[in-house]
Design a binder for this molecule. Structure first.
Ligand SMILES: [Zn+2]
Length: 107
């Protein structure tokens, strides 16, 4: 099972917020460095990151198009990539996010 989209990019590629939102979680675990933020469409998750901008903490606002960190290969991965998910409002699991996001902000 793999709920989301993997975007293969080199470590250090700028991570851009796809939508306006508010950071709800910053954590480290098997998915590496993770940031989640709540948007009008649902919760966006970005995993296996290399770094986050210092201001990206729980409660911080993000703006669509803003660089919020850098992609990487933290956690359980076989190579550098961004794992990107959207859990729509009210849904119990995440979906393929690409149809929901502005194309110029993905990959
Ligand atoms: Zn993935």
């Amino acid at each position: 099972m793999h709920a989301g989209t993997d975007v293969a990019v080199p470590t250090g590629t700028p991570l851009v917020a796809v939508l306006d939102g508010v950071v709800s979680e910053v954590s480290r675990g098997s998915a590496g460095l993770v940031v989640r933020y709540q948007t009008a469409l649902g919760r966006v998750s970005c995993m296996h990151l290399d770094s986050l901008a210092p201001r990206i903490v729980v409660g911080a606002t993000v703006s669509g198009g803003e660089v919020i960190g850098a992609t990487g290969q933290s956690g359980n991965v076989t190579g550098p990539h961004l794992h990107l998910e959207l859990r729509p409002i009210g849904a119990s699991s995440s979906v393929d996010p690409l149809p929901f996001f502005p194309a110029e902000r993905v990959a």
